[in-house]
Design a binder for this molecule. Structure first.
Ligand SMILES: Cc1ncc(COP(=O)(O)O)c(C=O)c1O
Length: 374
């Protein structure tokens, strides 16, 4: 079988017909490329979809995490707890504020932050007394919502803020509630390959805290005050482009439908492959956005090579947890090391996953995985 896509953005474009082109043409016509009317429309639509009061769109999913950290005044002397098994941005933004990322291990079945290990990490930081615990950033890795009821209890018990880095899991839910039900702030990325992606860089911050949202709106435009030339705080240039907002309005309209399609594909993978490989565990009551469909193998490279031979693309997220990476290896780790992150980094790889995968293509992938894992 030819040309199997890992993620098929062209199929989504075909499904949307001329909607994206029409939306872009409208922006070219009105010419308000910076903070044009589509920004407010998108933010309102994201509030409705994410069931939150305020959405601040921004330049990318990295700045989206910076904005609340900056708004809360997180900086030198503060500890921010992050999983090590994530994309670098989650910890990078913490280090950029001058605060210290403290690495926490993940659960082996959901790949998300381990609440018990988080408690150990907080206790370590408190005992050492060098840094003050301030924030927990949980990541909804591969599209699955983290265990927010447990994380929120820990945040409350320790007086910490809770951020959901939902770059991969925006739209995921637990018992019908999205992360914003528990987290002070939800951040997301509209990087093209994300479940809700645009055609360039983009991101958003969602919150029910109106005062925080006001500060983040100021921060994303250089710390502006009510007078454009009286900046009241040090900020960023972190606006979302109007063109990307126009694209996202169209994509958000079909996002709920796409999440359902992704879940049909994931359910079939689980049903057919469950006896051959370790398929992802979904928390009871959770709906994942399936940014990735990630399985494990102790001989990953051989398995990936055999699948490649059959024309099936795969990808590894992540081959090195952050605490093993050069820029991050000297930051503290909670508990006695991060054994689950260490192990999974050598074993995980992801199969093609997107809402437009046809049955025949999935059958071909499934048959080959069965043959190779036999
Ligand atoms: C978990 C996570 N956080 C943050 C980001 C950063 O998003 P962006 O690339 O839009 O800055 C990503 C993107 O890859 C991500 O996967």
């Amino acid at each position: 079988m030819n040309n199997i896509q890992f993620i098929d953005l062209q199929a989504q474009r075909a499904y949307l017909g001329t909607k994206i082109d029409d939306a872009m043409a409208r922006v070219l016509e009105h010419g308000r490329f910076i903070m044009g009317p589509e920004i407010k429309t998108l933010e309102a639509n994201l509030c409705a979809f994410g069931k939150v009061e305020r959405t601040v769109s921004c330049s990318n999913g990295t700045d989206a995490i910076s904005l609340p950290l900056m708004a809360w005044g997180i900086g030198p002397g503060d500890a921010v707890f992050v999983p090590s098994f994530t994309f670098a941005a989650t910890a990078e933004v913490v280090a950029l504020t001058g605060a210290t990322p403290v690495f926490v291990d993940i659960l082996p079945d959901t790949f998300n932050m381990d609440p018990a290990h988080l408690e150990l990490a907080i206790a370590d930081v408190n005992r050492e007394g060098k840094f003050t615990p301030k924030v927990i950033i949980a990541v909804d890795l591969f599209g699955q919502i983290a265990d927010y009821p447990a994380l929120k209890n820990i945040a409350d018990a320790n007086g910490l803020k809770l951020i959901s880095d939902a770059a991969q899991g925006y739209g995921s839910s637990l018992d019908g509630k999205q992360a914003g039900h528990w987290a002070d702030v939800v951040t997301t990325s509209f990087f093209p390959a994300k479940p809700l992606g645009c055609y360039g860089d983009g991101g958003a911050v969602l919150t029910n805290d109106a005062q925080l949202a006001d500060i983040m709106e100021s921060l994303r435009v250089h710390g502006k005050g009510s007078d454009k030339y009286d900046n009241v705080r040090i900020g960023l240039n972190a606006r979302l482009d109007t063109l990307q907002a126009a694209i996202l309005i169209e994509k958000l309209n079909i996002f709920g439908e796409e999440i359902e399609k992704r879940n049909v594909i994931a359910a079939r993978y689980a049903r057919e492959l469950g006896d051959y490989v370790k398929v992802p565990t979904v928390l009871e009551g959770a709906i994942s956005t399936w940014a990735q469909y990630t399985i494990t193998a102790t001989d990953r490279e051989q398995k990936q090579a055999a699948l490649k031979e059959a024309g099936i693309p795969t990808a590894v997220y992540y081959s090195k947890p952050l605490h093993q990476q050069t820029a991050y290896m000297n930051y503290p780790q909670g508990g006695n090391g991060l054994p689950v992150s260490d192990r999974l980094a050598t074993q995980v790889f992801s199969l093609p996953m997107h809402p437009y995968m046809d049955e025949e293509t999935q059958t071909y992938i499934i048959e080959n995985v069965k043959r190779i894992f036999g």
